[in-house]
Design a protein around this ligand. Sequence first.
Ligand SMILES: NC(=O)c1ccc[n+]([C@@H]2O[C@H](COP(=O)([O-])OP(=O)(O)OC[C@H]3O[C@@H](n4cnc5c(N)ncnc54)[C@H](OP(=O)(O)O)[C@@H]3O)[C@@H](O)[C@H]2O)c1
Length: 294
Amino acid sequence: MIDEGHRVTSWPFVPGLDGAGVVEQVGEGVLDFAAGDRVLALFTPGDRSGSYQEYAVVQEKDVAKIPARWSFEDASTLGVCYLTGLMALGIGLQTPLPFLKGGPTSGLQPLSVLILGGSSAVGAATIQLLRLAVPECKIIVTSSPKHHAHIKDYLGADEVIDRDSASLSLDAKLATPGSGGVDAIIDAVGAGSMQRDIFEALDPGGPRMYAQVWTGRKQIDAPDGVNSILFRGRDLHRLSGNQNIMKSLEQLLVQGKYKLPLPVHKVGHGFTALERGLELMRRGVSGEKLVVSI
Ligand SMILES: NC(=O)c1ccc[n+]([C@@H]2O[C@H](COP(=O)([O-])OP(=O)(O)OC[C@H]3O[C@@H](n4cnc5c(N)ncnc54)[C@H](OP(=O)(O)O)[C@@H]3O)[C@@H](O)[C@H]2O)c1
């Protein structure tokens, strides 16, 4: 947003979609929250509502309480990747989402899914949500080798493949039950634009779904016969139960069913640290979330 003006209507502009803190005041009609509550929220970029500032105004439906054992730093990293993971499943693959009140209750129950980019925040969130949505699904994930233990032992994926393997699609295929290929691919990082052979991992006789998280670039063309679905943040209205997303996250946190997707790198405190964090982000992150406290 800062570098390219994405979603900026005029300058100056306050960005920031994720964040956590203490409720200072609630508006009329707010029932579930009170001053002093520890919360995380989905913020909306803008002068009053972006998270890169000391005070911001957010809608009640976009707020979730944080259990006492969660720090603000950890909780601040949860919102957007949780939301995007839910959309990857509910819109991209059209799976049921039994933990989302009012969410889809029927749909595709894939036997196996390949998630591209398991060490991205979106990928790490999606692994956990897919396990909750379709518990028996074989979850195969790509990342660089240094993140394999985190993805398998901590997040619970069944198989992890080196993202740079020369035989990536074959490796994924061989990891599926029956070795026929995966039912679906979720591309969390736009890998399909460069790794064109990835579509060969799809089972020719399966549903052949390809869910693309929008990465700010062009839509990735999938080969004929692949059911490709691109989704962006603004497509949220297409997901039933979308008003209850943060409530579902709150419940999963209380039940201990959703973990911190990626380790947190505390960049520092204050607006100067924010500049430093943005610079680190521009250079690219690997398997971690950058957090600044204000
Ligand atoms: N549409 C939406 O609503 C929405 C919402 C949020 C994010 N996004 C987009 O989704 C993408 C992911 O966001 P994020 O915040 O989760 O990203 P991130 O955490 O910054 O992603 C960094 C990770 O991507 C991995 N990666 C990059 N290329 C890869 C490849 N070819 N194969 C496997 N892994 C690869 C790297 O893996 P290794 O370190 O293991 O090499 C790295 O850990 C971004 O493009 C973001 O803009 C879209």
